[in-house]
Design a protein around this ligand. Structure first.
Ligand code: NAD
Length: 495
């Protein structure tokens, strides 16, 4: 099949001299330094973006602070919800444009950009829109003794924290950006986003659509650049909360910086080395399609996806053979060709990182299937199954964030739990079984923020998401995000 036609509007957007999006409009960057955005399938530069300086960041945060105090504060909760819903309508309307921008800079299969990234962006926006009218405090009855017949009552109110810094990774820039926008705007906060330097364009385009949706200028600002730009943002005294999604080392640095910056609130959504456990009763043929989809979607570059398969000894050979067969059938190629099932890795540094792990596995003779870097143009590697030498093997311990999965046999539940939990990470895990009694006994003992049964890598806005251990601090979605984006004010009244 041939590649999808790049829309004229996308070509025009790519050709722009992008600056930042501040106070409701595109503004030229303070400095001259540019970053090239590379299509990972072709290695061609598709556009360039600006590097945000301290001056750029200051301008954006000032605008967000003004909007927080005036325009957004004067917008009723109902209106905030209406505007977020209007933005969701526009994301749907311009969905193909946004999907193409994502695919051209991340290598995500076009159908994943359309039906996962853009479609879920809409779902999350509508979910957050619904919360705008439902953020309330409580009333209390104090127990203070009354000497002269006086009485007391008390209530709490939830107030927005203020300007939020949203720092976003490259794997699902649009959707993860919207997790932060939706949480901030529905609670009455405003936001300055710092998208990844590899995949910046979809959020720049979304900021334009927000103005079209009637969201006042300054409520959503986007400053582009690398880590240094994010660093300036966190240092700003007007930033009252940092919402970060990315790697553990960056998360730790950001957490320390936020604490040093007068205890700026911070939530961290970080990496994982997630486990999928296939128990003795699992029917391999039945579970395989869902398990493989969850594992290799977007070439395994999904924080929640499994990188360690634990297989009951009785099913190990059957499982390994069938998974190897299935992944060899995945058609690898251009992400713009709708018939392909597996695209490139998203950027060169990440390709080099995954290649390093594949080299290590080759040196130690650990490849079960796959393991090759594709010759020619683009950052393509094969989906790969590995056997690890033990729980201290770097391939068992370190997050590859790629399509590289360990296959590890186990005999008893105790052995399974010990190996699953032998990790500094604790983001997600899954059990594949119809033995409900066993699953319910294992779930509390698994050290992970999310546990799925007969599914994996499914995020739903109504279900809280976040990590334990080094996988993060805080929860997104459901009503859990409200705690992070609002402060509780207690009011007591004597009458
Ligand atoms: P990264 O940590 O390298 O970068 C993330 C963002 O932080 C980028 O925008 C980057 O420019 C910025 N940044 C880097 N240094 C900074 C600094 N000192 N101060 C402020 N900002 C800084 O991560 P990445 O490579 O973009 O993304 C991959 C990682 O993200 C993986 O570890 C993956 O597991 C994790 N991730 C987690 C989730 C989750 O929800 N838990 C979701 C997606 C990705």
């Amino acid at each position: 099949m041939s590649e999808v036609q790049i829309l004229h509007s996308v070509q025009q957007f790519l050709a722009r001299q992008h600056g930042h999006f501040i106070d409701g409009q595109h503004v030229a960057a303070d400095g001259l330094e540019r970053i090239e955005l590379v299509n990972p399938a072709t290695e061609q530069v598709v556009s360039t973006i600006a590097v945000g300086s301290e001056t750029d960041v200051l301008q954006a945060v000032k605008s967000a602070n003004q909007a927080f105090k005036h325009a957004w504060a004067n917008t009723s909760p109902y209106e905030r919800g209406v505007k977020l819903n209007k933005l969701a309508d526009l994301v749907e309307q311009y969905g193909e444009e946004l999907a193409q921008l994502e695919t051209l800079t991340t290598g995500k299969l076009i159908n994943i950009s359309r039906h996962l990234e853009v479609a879920q962006t809409v779902v999350f926006l509508r979910y957050f829109a619904g919360w705008a009218t439902k953020i309330n405090g409580q009333t209390m009855q104090p127990s203070i003794p009354s000497a002269n017949g006086e009485k007391y009552t008390a209530y709490t109110m939830r107030q927005p924290v203020g300007v939020v810094a949203g720092i976003v990774p490259w794997n699902f820039s649009l959707m993860i950006g919207v997790w932060k926008i939706g949480s901030a705007l529905t609670t009455g906060c405003t936001i300055v986003l710092k998208p990844s330097e590899f995949t910046t364009l979809s959020l720049l385009r979304l900021a334009e659509l927000a103005i079209e949706a009637g969201i006042p200028k300054g409520v959503i600002n986007v400053v582009t650049g690398k880590g240094q730009t994010g660093h300036f943002l966190i240092n700003s005294p007007w930033v009252k909360k940092v919402s970060f999604t990315g790697s553990v080392p960056t998360g730790i640095a950001i957490g320390q910086q936020a604490m040093a910056s007068d205890l700026t609130r911070v939530s961290l959504e970080l990496g994982g080395k997630n486990a999928a456990a296939i128990l003795a009763d699992a029917n391999i043929d039945e579970i395989l399609p869902a398990l493989l989809q969850a594992t290799f979607v977007h070439q395994g570059q999904v924080c929640a996806a499994p990188e360690r398969f634990f297989i009951h000894q009785s099913k190990y050979d059957e499982f390994t053979q069938k998974v190897s067969g299935a992944i060899q059938q995945l058609k690898i190629g251009s992400p713009l060709d709708e018939s392909n099932m597996f695209g490139p890795l998203s950027n060169k540094p990440h390709f080099e990182k995954v290649k390093h792990y594949l080299d290590l596995a080759h040196q130690n003779n650990q490849i079960i299937s796959g393991g090759q870097v594709l010759k020619g143009t683009g950052y393509f590697v094969e989906p790969t199954l590995l056997k690890v030498s033990g729980v201290d093997d770097p391939l068992f311990i370190e997050e590859t964030f790629g399509p590289v999965v360990d296959v590890i046999p186990f005999e008893t539940d105790e052995e399974l739990l010990e190996m699953m939990n032998h990790s500094r990470f604790g983001l997600t895990a899954s059990l594949w079984t119809n033995d409900l009694s066993k699953a319910l006994r294992l779930i509390p003992q698994i050290e992970a923020g999310s546990v799925w049964i007969n599914m994996h890598t499914f995020l739903d806005p109504s279900v809280p998401f976040g990590g334990v251990k080094a996988s993060g601090i805080g929860r997104e979605f459901s009503d859990a995000f409200i705690e992070a984006y609002t402060e509780v004010k207690s009011v007591m009244i004597r009458y």
